[in-house]
Design a protein around this ligand. Sequence first.
Ligand SMILES: *Cc1c(COP(=O)(O)O)cnc(C)c1O
Length: 361
Amino acid sequence: MSVLDLARPDLRTLVGYSSARMEASGGSILLNANESPWAQCGQLSLNRYPDPQPERLRAQLAELYEVNSDQLLIGRGSDELIDLLVRAFCRAGRDAILVQPPTFGMYAVCAAVQGAQVRRVPLSAEKGFACDVDKVLAEVDASAKDTPVKLVFVCAPNNPTGNTSASSEILSLAQALSGKALLVVDEAYIEFADSESLATQVSNHENLVLLRTLSKAHALAAARIGCAIAAPEIIALLRRIMPPYPLPSPCVSAAEIALSSVALRQTVQRIALICSERIRLRARLQSIDSVREVLPSQANFLAVRFADPDARYHQLLMRGIVVRDLSRYEGLHDALRISIGTPEENDAVVQALMQPVEVAA
Ligand SMILES: *Cc1c(COP(=O)(O)O)cnc(C)c1O
């Protein structure tokens, strides 16, 4: 059996749109794509359609993530890759994805848009919100007859709790799901974690898909560059259902610069600063009266439980500090998520929270 047997049967044989850029490359007089022959005055040269998967950026990302470039698909943020995976593998009304709340909300949103069901196996606070492999497998098996689970999402480190699941657990889950479902491991925050990325394991597990992004550690959220790392057959399938020119040239240029050796050195230093600030901020928050718990974090944010979360949210807001309210997340109704900022910004958070809550007039 091939891993593509898990994909929607109607897509396995779909021939994707054949764009002018894909059909013919090279040449010096380009009259095959109905473009303007002139660039806009005063603008970058944007009159030509971009390369769908620019070679140089692919090579840079493949080197960064230590994978082959045929195991890599670049999209508009990892958000687009989540959407493509759901659309490629889930038949509307018939298949399901499995998520482990509290977790990143886009998995369920993409499933809803596709008409796929969402199975939920909640993470338990008592177990530090780590993935429970046996519970996930039991749910996948229980759903197999009615609504088969095609994609299992593990967010590691997990947003919004900040913990991560052990690599050995994740790999044993991939192994156990082989032939049943893809395991999609979202590593948006892996650069801030003590553990290594599982990217190189994609060669050993054909049903393992990793998501990486330049939006967090690489400081490029506005450029919308993310990657899926998976078996070449899966990459080829996703590419066929992706729009023909997904990557705007200015975004590709920004990513190439962010992956230059000078920029990468700075990124490494900034990751180290965020990690040391994470320790410092956590300790200071733990000494504040209304703070009940600061969850341990392997990411660039802290989930903080308060005795009075609403009041604290507004107290921060009054000083212009915007944090994320987690009250709608299972198991985190009393928590706020605070991203690690500059040392000065983190000081401002602590200073604000040390004040007594202003009583509304
Ligand atoms: C921020 C985030 C993303 C989104 O990344 P983009 O590449 O910007 O789309 C994906 N997954 C998780 C868990 C995130 O927190």
